[in-house]
Unconditional design. Structure first.
Length: 307
């Protein structure tokens, strides 16, 4: 998980143009990119999801891109998502789609962002595919929750990601208690200041467990998005305590991470979905994956040095 100092330093460095250039031009980083990203094209992600489906694992389709700064860019992303929905219908793959709201214009036009997401949700709902909203940096949390609040009434199947590392999350969730929100619970992947986010693993895990219990008691179909065995064990215990069966919650993991555990849980009869990113705008996503794990960072830096 990102919260340690090394990870935060890496995310800081990743924003420097020379690091961006070195990484994106270095061919030796290709194996690392391939590990975490399905490929540049929608068809790459479709292929990966078909393969996951053959192992009884669902997909979460993610078109890479974030921080869009103009209306044309937001429109293009929305159009690409609509194409993806059509492709889901044609292929019959079992997948949801996940969107970052800054990709749909949240940073400069919340109304437009809502319109885009409404269209995507309408088309996806018509073919019975779920839509999930990623949670981004803390500066976007309130607006992201607002968009969810607006659309949740018309699309109760929408799923929203919330971050356990943010101190505010229990209070935010409580404001949704009356609608029994459908949530993806994550630890949180961005570099956030101490005033806003727990930094210590122990504190983040404690809040993750608290929120897990809240979601089993007051949410709908909770999704535990983690690879952390202790947190997954706690989710299973909470499920038993609250009378939820294996079918009543979901485990979500990332493409390229803990494939063994994904398979094992699916074989045990748990509902498992894997987040499958595709597209050319992979840089910030990959930097977060590198930051999450010192071993990734060491491997990546060695590859960069060779390149
Ligand atoms: C489906 C899904 C959706 C997500 N959506 C969001 C979102 O919307 N917003 C957000 O802020 N964050 C999101 N995240 C990322 C999340 O916040 C964490 O940063 C990430 O999941 C790592 O934390 P962890 O809970 O797996 O626990 P950790 O304690 O970090 O990891 C547990 C174990 O998993 C393995 N592992 C974890 N990460 C990696 C990695 N990168 N490479 C290799 N092995 C690894 C290691 O074996 C590690 O020991 C999402 C994660 C998942 C699984």
């Amino acid at each position: 998980m990102m919260a340690d100092m090394l990870g935060r330093a890496w995310l800081w460095a990743a924003e420097k143009p020379w690091v961006h250039k070195t990484v994106t031009q270095g061919r030796l980083t290709e194996p690392v990119v391939k590990r975490f990203i399905a490929g540049n094209e929608l068809e790459d992600a479709v292929r990966v999801i078909k393969e996951l489906n053959s192992r009884s694992i669902g997909g979460i389709l993610d078109l890479l891109g974030e921080g869009v700064t103009d209306a044309d860019g937001a429109q293009a992303a929305a159009d690409d998502y609509l194409i993806a929905v059509k492709r889901i219908e044609e292929t019959g793959i079992d997948t949801t789609i996940s969107v970052k709201l800054t990709q749909l214009g949240l940073a400069f036009d919340k109304g437009q962002c809502i319109d885009h997401l409404r269209r995507i949700a309408a088309e996806a709902t018509a073919i019975d595919a779920g839509v999930e909203i990623d949670m981004e940096q803390s500066g976007y949390v309130l607006d992201t929750l607002d968009v969810y609040r607006v659309l949740q009434t018309d699309f109760p199947g929408l799923r929203i990601a919330v971050q356990a590392y943010l101190r505010r999350t229990p209070v935010d969730l409580q404001t949704f208690a009356s609608v029994r929100p459908k949530v993806r619970l994550v630890k949180g992947a961005y570099a956030e200041p101490e005033e806003l986010a727990f930094q210590k693993q122990k504190e983040i895990d404690a809040q993750y467990k608290f929120l897990t219990e809240w979601l089993f008691e007051k949410g709908t179909d909770p999704a535990m998005a983690t690879h952390h065995s202790d947190l997954l064990a706690h989710a299973k215990t909470t499920a038993e305590r609250t009378g939820a069966g294996k079918e009543d919650f979901e485990v979500q993991m990332l493409y390229g991470v803990r494939r063994d555990l994904q398979e094992q849980l699916a074989k045990e009869g748990y509902r498992v979905r894997v987040y499958v990113p595709y597209g050319v705008a992979w840089y910030p996503y990959l930097m977060r994956r590198i930051a999450e794990r010192p071993a990734n960072l060491a491997f990546f830096l060695r590859a960069l040095a060779r390149g």
